[in-house]
Design a protein. Sequence first.
Length: 520
Amino acid sequence: MAYADLREWIAALERAGELRRVKADVDPILEITEITDRVSKSPGGGRALLFENLKGYPGSSVLINQFGSARRMNLALGVESLDEVAQRIHQFLDVKSPEGLLEKIKMLPMLADMSKFFPKTVSTGPCKEVVKKDGFSLLDFPVLQCWPRDGGRFLTLPCVITRDPRTGKRNVGCYRMQVYDERTAGMHWQRQKVGAEHYREMLRRAASAGESPASTQAAAAVDVMARTSGGSMIPSDAPLPSGKMEVAVAIGTDPALTFCSIVPAPPDVEEFLIAGFLRQQPVELVKCETVDLEVPATAEIVLEGYVQLDELRTEGPFGDHTGFYSLEDQYPVFHVTCITHRKNPIYSATIVGKPPMEDGWMGKAVERIFLPLMRVTIPELVDVNLPVEGIFHNLMIVSIRKSYAGQARKVMNAIWSLGQAMFTKVIIVVDEDVNVQDLREVTLKALNHIDPERDIQFTLGPVDSLDHASRLPNFGSKMGVDATRKWRAEGFTRPWPDEIRMDEKTRAAVDRKWKDLELD
Ligand SMILES: Cc1cc2nc3c(=O)[nH]c(=O)nc-3n(C[C@H](O)[C@H](O)[C@H](O)COP(=O)(O)O)c2cc1C
Ligand SMILES: [Mn+2]
């Protein structure tokens, strides 16, 4: 069921009637956004678009909106419904130690399955069809300018590959990249993301290199950390330690891997492995030409290069998925040392802006797939809804099976401690009898059930870099709403009213005479 590359995926989209080839001339500057935005907001998210005639880029093509509907998201992962993926994860988590030979034998297929997950390094692949160690330019590709006030043109769907200097593990993250010129681009890994942590670890090492004793080394590292944070730096006269960090960027991979670059995986789990799990076939990797990293063998375009540790540059503004422009900030700069690509590479992109957009469907897939994983630490969790207008970090509605006093608050704290869910600005917790997917039901019941002063929990902590309202960039407050039914054990002594429901006998009687009433 796995797609070997972007081209097989495009063919599958076309067979399913989910692709529209656009032959008319379009401009990658603003025009593609306006077209795609209208398509994204049409019923069901429209179709994926393959622009085949681009102003200024004869022979090039741009794929966009590949994940932009529930159906395409399912197709991308080769399932009928995302619950299938959740179910497979659940099965893995549900393993109990086998008792006796029969149970052991039953487990063998699953173990054999696991061998398929690990990435495989191969000697070469289509991404090496054209290798350019000089004479290359980022401007050779039809990179979009998305919105009028954007700081420039941005790579919007890059798989950014870095290596943890401590463990050697590779990370793949989707971080937008502002193209500054032929050979440099911004590296917008936000401070709490894994690429940023790899960068910080390189900085720590550089800060403490040559210094002795250990306490001085640690102090040097602490000082650098306080001044820099992931991407951006608190302005200071003291220079940062110098050095280079190798980075590779793949654009246009098979859809499972592209999707994995956005999933909030635990930092130490390689996305290549997760993609292998989703595709049920290993991701094939090839070695880069100029850096010590591996990239997907079938990628359309690969950028190799490095980030200079002590160099930061203004990145943004950028019309973001909040519906507002995210503000300028200081981020590291990526320097290209080599570009390899397939013949006639297909440039793959997305746009973000006011929801609903393509990324909303990717976020919904994360919501479904992560539910069983969230249940590992929050076993009382029944269901989760991240409404698209809540842009994933502003609003999470969860239902729980409540069994003890104060449990809703325990669940909030668990969510604020759970990987990227730490960014959640507002959490609403309801009882398991509320369908969190039905926003009308949530509004009715949650608001009926709260005494605001009593049931709202404020806390402080890290917030999303895109939050423009927090008191400080990346740091602010969050709110949890305990909209569960309050118990005596929680100090609530008033009687709790019954929900209104007609009795069965009357309902059946009206059913029988409904036709005669002629009310339809
Ligand atoms: C279209 C799109 C664009 C994104 N752009 C960025 C970005 O510029 N910077 C960033 O830190 N995260 C961005 N993200 C979110 C990250 O991809 C996401 O947090 C991912 O889990 C990061 O991977 P990591 O945990 O390996 O760092 C974007 C997500 C999507 C869907
Ligand atoms: Mn990661």
